[in-house]
Design a protein around this ligand. Structure first.
Ligand SMILES: [Zn+2]
Length: 567
């Protein structure tokens, strides 16, 4: 039996450059390949990818935990800028060998289908266009990241205005809301010109690859084998028919509670259920300990896995000077363990973030049982099913003694979560319908037409809020949506996954143990099955129709009424 050379461990590649790594790929690319040795070849290639992926991930974790360290930054950039793009190219080269061999078997079909699709749409002349798009994305980040406003004599970033949007004093939140939007509007022309260039580059990418528009290209490149743009249009209609009226009812409740004559856009951030913000924990040790109990209550095995992450140093949760902002869950592909990074400061959002990311980490644990690296990663639709379902499955245990909250606090946290679910869906539909318009209407190149189309989309999905006199501010919203600029068409996944998560939750209300068992079985499939089968295993299905969506929306609304009645 022929064996292939491999690096010994991720640590062995910590200081490597591309020249150290390319010989491994070269060997896999040039060695004789036949049906006799293809499994051995796949195993070696997969191991190489695991080791390399983990080496790069460790460099990224190191850097995001200590962004001021120039050495760590250099190592991270070496992987992200030098090594990974070339490794990716070599990966495409190797995948073509597999396709040419015509080899597949049970468990490998989805991998082969993804390889074949990537090869089909690959065009050499698109490579510089992707680099250009990367650069344009960096420009967007730069413009948006640099936005500041003057607030009571202090310079603040847009995210720093967030707390003022929750203010009970209406004038304060209106001022904060207007300032945030004005900052974007001041750069509207610049952002629109940037988008013009993105639109042109994407349209060219699609036509180079033989597609009539970028939407069709995007569906292929995102491996959306199980649903179409027409399904997404049905999803939009279903949201319009079922969610939009439910949100209007929630807004009416809000109007009454706040004693307003009409709800204006700056009235949406105020918490209705309490005056004081929740303080779920004082220190990270408590944060982690309670989380262990919560996940143990959801399922003993999941509780064990989370506890293992704590013991093995796979949680970096507290906010520190020098840490990158935000939160993520990533995986160490070689060790087969996930890693969670976040910036906890002791607020309710920290709990939400940890529970969400833990859902991703349980997915990583379960999917690692699949032998090959490509068999472990499903698309975002399945990944977010894992995390969004966990938010709902964990919600009954957020209360003491397992969790963080008193009974009343837990209730208000759950109310907010369910409200967020309802409010997010019309936004998801807006962002998706708008992008569909951009890339298929023939007018997407026209900046003024884009703004008009956004207003139309918004008036369809966003009702019950008085926007009179605020047309420009309303337009500003799409310029704030980074996905439209940086990750086109990546958004409907959240809607699809939320529908799946609500079904898992509905099941858990009737039979918690069985719902969790099915949830775990779905996670263990990794990427070896198509979406319908993954969802079916989780006890759910892909929802694009108004009837099922309507049932799930009614479930959420009923639960909201119950919770409010108990307050
Ligand atoms: Zn997520």
């Amino acid at each position: 039996m022929q064996t292939f050379s491999l690096p010994t461990s991720p640590a062995a590649l910590a200081g490597a450059g591309w020249t150290d790594i390319s010989p491994y790929y070269e060997e896999l690319a040039t060695a004789p390949l036949s049906r006799e040795n293809v499994e051995e070849w796949l195993k070696s290639w997969s191991q190489l990818e695991e080791i390399l992926d983990e080496a790069g991930t460790l460099a990224m974790i190191d850097y995001t935990g200590d962004t001021a360290n120039a050495e760590k930054e250099k190592a991270h950039l070496r992987f992200s800028m030098e090594i990974f793009p070339q490794a990716h190219e070599q990966g495409v080269r190797l995948s073509k060998r597999l396709i040419e061999l015509g080899y597949s078997r049970p468990g490998l079909e989805t991998t082969v289908e993804r390889f074949r699709t990537d090869a089909e749409i690959f065009r050499e002349e698109n490579v510089p266009l992707f680099s250009e798009l990367e650069e344009l994305s960096a420009q967007y980040q730069k413009i948006v990241g640099g936005l500041t406003v003057q607030w009571e004599g202090e310079t603040k970033t847009i995210p720093q205005l967030q707390p003022y949007l929750k203010e009970r004093d209406r004038q304060v939140r209106e001022r904060a809301w207007r300032l945030g939007n004005e900052a974007y509007l001041a750069h509207r022309d610049e952002l629109a010109a940037l988008f013009d260039r993105m639109f042109a580059a994407r349209t060219k990418v699609a036509s180079n690859a033989g597609f009539p528009n970028y939407q069709e290209y995007a569906f292929k490149s995102k491996h959306r084998f199980d649903y179409t743009p027409a399904d997404c249009a049905r999803f939009h209609e279903a949201v319009e028919r079922t969610v939009v009226p439910a949100v209007e009812r929630q807004l009416e409740y809000r109007r009454e509670r706040l004693g307003l004559d009409r709800v204006r856009p700056w009235d949406l951030g105020v918490e209705l259920e309490r005056v004081e913000s929740l303080r779920p924990f004082e220190d990270v040790a408590t944060f982690v300990d309670r989380a262990k109990s919560i996940f143990r209550r959801v399922d003993p095995k999941l509780g064990e896995e989370f506890a293992l992450m704590a013991t093995e140093g796979l949680l970096d949760l507290e906010s520190r000077q020098g840490k990158a902002p935000g939160g993520y869950c990533t995986k160490l592909s070689f060790r087969g363990k996930p890693f969670i990074f976040m910036n906890a400061v002791g607020v309710a959002d920290d709990v939400n973030t940890l529970v969400h990311e833990a859902g991703h980490s349980f997915h990583d644990f379960a999917a690692h049982e699949q032998p090959l690296i490509w068999q472990r990663s499903p698309g975002h639709e399945a990944a977010e099913l894992a995390s969004m379902s966990m938010e709902l499955l964990a919600s009954p245990y957020l209360q003491k003694p397992d969790g963080y909250y008193s009974e009343g606090e837990a209730r208000s946290a759950q109310i907010e979560h369910l409200e967020d679910i309802l409010f997010s869906l019309p936004h998801i539909a807006s962002v998706d319908a708008f992008q569909s318009w951009i890339y298929t209407s023939g007018e997407g190149h026209d900046a003024a037409a884009r703004d008009r189309a956004w207003l139309e989309v918004r008036s369809r999905f966003e009702r019950g809020i008085d926007w009179s006199g605020l047309e420009q501010e309303r337009v500003a919203r799409w310029y704030r949506q980074l996905h439209i600029f940086e990750y086109p068409f990546y958004y409907i996944e959240y809607g699809i996954a939320q529908m799946g998560a609500l079904q898992v939750w509905r099941h858990s209300l009737a039979d918690q143990a069985e719902a969790v068992r099915q949830y775990r079985a779905a996670l263990a499939l990794g990427g070896t099955q198509g979406l319908p089968e993954i969802y079916r295993t989780a006890g759910a299905r892909l929802v694009f129709d108004a009837e099922t969506m309507g049932e799930l929306v009614a479930l959420v609304e009923n639960r909201l009424s119950e919770l409010r009645a108990a307050s």
